[in-house]
Design a binder for this molecule. Structure first.
Ligand SMILES: C[S@@+](CC[C@H](N)C(=O)[O-])C[C@H]1O[C@@H](n2cnc3c(N)ncnc32)[C@H](O)[C@@H]1O
Length: 224
């Protein structure tokens, strides 16, 4: 019980406030070339038609829905800790008539068995998490991935300097982010046991560069 309360206290929802969940999609459309960014993340993830894929911190499920549309035979899951935003996600998935499973849970304690997923993808989530929770979320991602399965993350890259500070401020207030220096993620991925950890490039937005990061669970590459 105490753990649950502690998690609630440190939880940062999509727009910084649970009640703003419905404004999230319009805000993202305003600040990010969303379709290009999400298409880029999906391409990097090299999802195969029969894969089981988890969208970690799925929010309103825009990425989750894009993945299911692109790979109709894949089993696609979304996980998020905010029931409000999952409400928006469920309405969108139902309107699109897509069979997607959406689970309310914490990134640091996922309700899935070991070696469940071929891919875990995650966009704009890690900057919401404290360093400690980032590490636990990465450990959980490693646990739920199959051997050779891959984690693919898109999130704001480290931001420094005048305009970048302004961008960090905007991210902090409108996207609920808590951190200015976003994620020494690659180091942390290696430390928790990911292999083939890679910086996969940058995507410029008016809020600063978004970085793509990936790593694999030890095992033979899992591409089919
Ligand atoms: C900025 S939104 C990104 C949503 C979505 N991935 C996207 O690309 O639009 C961050 C999401 O992470 C979720 N989140 C934050 N902390 C979390 C945690 N500890 N466990 C699970 N989800 C979390 C929030 O509820 C929110 O939906």
């Amino acid at each position: 019980m105490r753990n649950l309360v502690a998690q609630r206290e440190t939880y940062v929802p999509a727009m910084g406030l649970y009640s703003l969940a419905r404004l999230y999609d319009p805000a993202v459309r305003l600040f990010v070339r969303e379709r290009a960014l999400r298409t880029g993340l999906i391409a990097k993830a090299r999802i195969a038609p029969a894969h089981r894929v988890l969208d970690l911190g799925c929010g309103t499920a825009t990425l989750t829905i894009m993945i299911k549309r692109a790979f109709p035979h894949a089993e696609v899951f979304g996980l998020d800790g905010d029931p409000e935003i999952l409400g928006v996600a469920r309405r969108k998935a139902a309107a699109a008539r897509l069979d997607i499973r959406l689970d309310e849970a914490q990134a640091a304690g996922m309700p899935y068995a070991e070696s469940t997923f071929d891919r875990v993808v995650s966009s704009f989530v890690f900057h919401h998490l404290s360093g400690d929770t980032q590490r636990r979320a990465l450990q959980e991602a490693l646990r739920v991935l199959k051997p050779g399965g891959e984690l693919h993350v898109a999130d704001f890259a480290v931001m420094h300097g005048g305009p970048a500070n302004l961008a960090s401020h905007v991210v902090g207030h409108f996207f609920g982010g808590r951190r200015r220096d976003v994620i020494p993620l690659l180091t942390m991925m290696s430390e928790v046991g990911f292999e083939r950890v890679q910086d996969r490039g940058r995507f410029p937005t008016i809020l600063g560069n978004v970085g793509f990061y990936s790593g694999a669970k030890p095992g033979p590459p899992n591409c089919a």
